[in-house]
Write a protein that binds this ligand. Sequence first.
Ligand SMILES: [Zn+2]
Ligand SMILES: [Zn+2]
Length: 134
Amino acid sequence: MTAMDILISRGVRPSLHRMKILEYLMSRKNHPTAEKIYSDISGDIPTLSKATVYNTLKTFLEKGVARAITIDDHEQRYDYETALHGHFMCRKCGKIFDVKINPAILDFTTIEGHAITEKHLYFKGMCKHCKKGG
Ligand SMILES: [Zn+2]
Ligand SMILES: [Zn+2]
């Protein structure tokens, strides 16, 4: 699906800015902050403002186009991949990796009577690349 198809299927009007931001998330998969998205694409889109990036991300969260990751204590990050997966953050290089989770271990929709609408699994430590580098 293209960015436009995804936005339409989620009931979001596919403006140029929204499509560009979604295309960025889909192609990089780098769990960027809003600031990072703005600094990476504002050069190509002179009409883009930081407020637009924040508002667009808010819309994406509301409509289930993207999800927020709060593994980083300092900054909220964004993820296009909405299918169930975990995140591993390296304390050394700061990179965030998608990690596969067996869906069977999270196969429940309520917990102690509370209805679950989002599930997050965060892990922190040293990534395999930093481990190799010593
Ligand atoms: Zn690392
Ligand atoms: Zn992810």
